[in-house]
Design a protein around this ligand. Structure first.
Ligand SMILES: Cc1cc2nc3c(=O)[nH]c(=O)nc-3n(C[C@H](O)[C@H](O)[C@H](O)COP(=O)(O)OP(=O)(O)OC[C@H]3O[C@@H](n4cnc5c(N)ncnc54)[C@H](O)[C@@H]3O)c2cc1C
Length: 429
């Protein structure tokens, strides 16, 4: 049985980032993934602008840039036939470089992260499925499993990080998934489309019953199209047919995707959002989707995974250096993560509720359209480059209410549809 400082389960963004940050502190890290890379993952593939700094810190941004990825300059938002909004990111980041968000296929992103993990000394084992934790005196002391040739393995570790995503071993083994308020779960259907016109460099969000779509251009005439609906909407229907018909039913989406068609089978992810309880043992940290998942409307999962990995690695480093116990490190990590993201989670929940309610959603769209600065603040918070308190404040709410009240008495200039503005062209078109 081999022995390491840290065994990381899962080689997605959370696992790779945790491994990189810990290896760079000088610890011996083994990362195991049951898949062989490149492996794909259902995802909108839109990465928050704030992730650039973390990717740079990990030493992986240059390799991403070398592939000449698409960079998006803002968000397009259309809802319930209201006039759509084109919200640009600020022209500059605090350091002076232009603000934009990466759109990178997960096939590339996850492969590059693992490559970087190897380069900083992480032992990466692909085709290794972890099936159990080794537990002693109430703490994880290693992992066991089988490789894809059927051979068993066991690795002793001073600390285990489970970054196995939404169905990770810790969630299943300890029954950690919490139900969310009796609500029926949402389902996401996703596919890459090809053959359309050139998309303007924006992430396109369309809210229209029975759900919403996120469309991120991924290349010349190519886009990743994710449709999110209540699980019940799909009952008894063929998913491929339902997905295609629903995506193209909304006029502005139809115009945007004119000439394009899915280039692969539609993939589904159900029970989209969930929360996770604390694991009942020490020595085990959960990072990334293993810690819970918000509705993907705000497109924050990758950034949250990378940032959480950094916080987890700092706390884990304290335990590995013997300064605190593993339980103290786990608590410290949970508290710091929550402190940093509490307001962002709250805003995401409010937005999740809002998009399901046409009347208030229209009202907010009109207010944001009438006062672009408010829309820019909201997009900045969603993109993680403004603190969430900028929006989760009485001041923001009062300004929103004020604008909404004023526009209720003004001629409906900023409301209504403007279908001629909606198609794929740029905001200037
Ligand atoms: C429909 C949808 C759209 C999304 N859109 C976006 C978006 O546009 N932008 C964004 O930032 N986020 C988005 N997300 C969220 C994002 O995909 C996740 O937050 C992110 O992938 C989490 O990374 P992770 O490393 O925690 O998990 P994952 O990326 O799922 O990686 C987990 C890894 O663990 C491995 N694994 C699991 N169990 C084991 C085991 N027992 N043994 C060995 N290996 C194991 C798996 O093979 C996998 O490689 C979206 C999610 C969904 C569902």
């Amino acid at each position: 049985m081999s022995a390491v400082d840290v065994a990381v389960v899962g080689g997605g963004p959370a696992g790779a980032a945790s491994a990189i940050f810990l290896a760079r502190q000088g610890y011996a890290v083994t990362l195991l993934d049951r898949a062989r890379f490149p492996r794909d993952k259902v995802c909108g593939e839109f990465i928050s602008p704030a992730a650039d700094a973390l990717l740079n810190e990990m030493g992986v941004l240059a390799a991403i840039e070398a592939r000449r990825p698409l960079r998006l300059k803002g968000i397009f938002l259309a809802a319930h036939g209201e006039r759509p909004l084109w919200v640009d990111y600020p022209p500059e980041r605090p350091g002076g470089s232009p603000m934009s968000s990466l759109s990178v296929p997960r096939l590339d992103l996850d492969g590059l992260l693992l490559q970087r993990a190897r380069a900083v000394g992480v032992q990466v084992r692909e085709g290794f499925a972890v099936t159990d934790f080794r537990v002693r005196d109430g703490a994880a002391v290693g992992v066991a499993g089988k490789d894809d040739a059927g051979a068993g393995f066991e690795i002793a570790a001073r600390l285990v990080i489970d970054a196995g995503g939404r169905n990770c071993l810790a969630i299943r083994r300890f029954g950690l998934r919490k139900k969310r308020g009796g609500k029926r779960g949402k389902i996401a259907l996703a596919a890459h489309w090809r053959g359309g016109r050139r998309f303007a460099p924006y992430c396109y969000m369309h809210i229209q019953p029975p759900g919403y779509t996120g469309i991120a251009p991924t290349g010349e005439g190519e886009a990743n199209v994710v449709l999110v609906v209540e699980g019940g909407a799909l009952k008894g229907k063929d998913p491929e047919e339902f997905y295609r018909r629903t995506v193209l039913a909304e006029p502005s989406r139809r115009a945007l995707l004119e000439g394009a068609a899915p280039m692969e089978k539609v993939r589904a992810v159900d029970s989209l959002a969930y929360a996770v309880r604390t694991a009942p043992i020490g020595g085990l940290m959960l990072v990334g989707d293993a810690m819970g998942f918000m509705d993907p409307f705000t497109g924050e999962g990758i950034y949250l995974s990378l940032r959480s990995a950094k916080i987890a690695a700092e706390a884990a480093g304290q335990a590995l250096a013997g300064r605190v116990s593993s339980r103290q490190a786990i608590d410290e990590y949970r508290e710091r993560r929550l402190r940093e993201f509490r307001w962002k989670f709250a805003i995401s929940r409010v937005l999740e509720g809002l998009i399901e309610r046409p009347a208030p959603c229209r009202w907010v769209m009109r207010a944001l359209g009438a006062r672009p600065a408010l829309a820019e603040d909201l997009v900045g918070v969603i993109g993680d480059y403004f603190p969430a308190r900028k929006v989760a404040s009485a001041g923001f709410l009062l300004r929103l209410l004020g604008v909404a009240a004023a526009s209720a008495f003004a001629p409906a200039e900023s409301g209504g549809t403007r279908p001629e503005k909606i198609p794929a062209g740029s905001p200037e078109s």
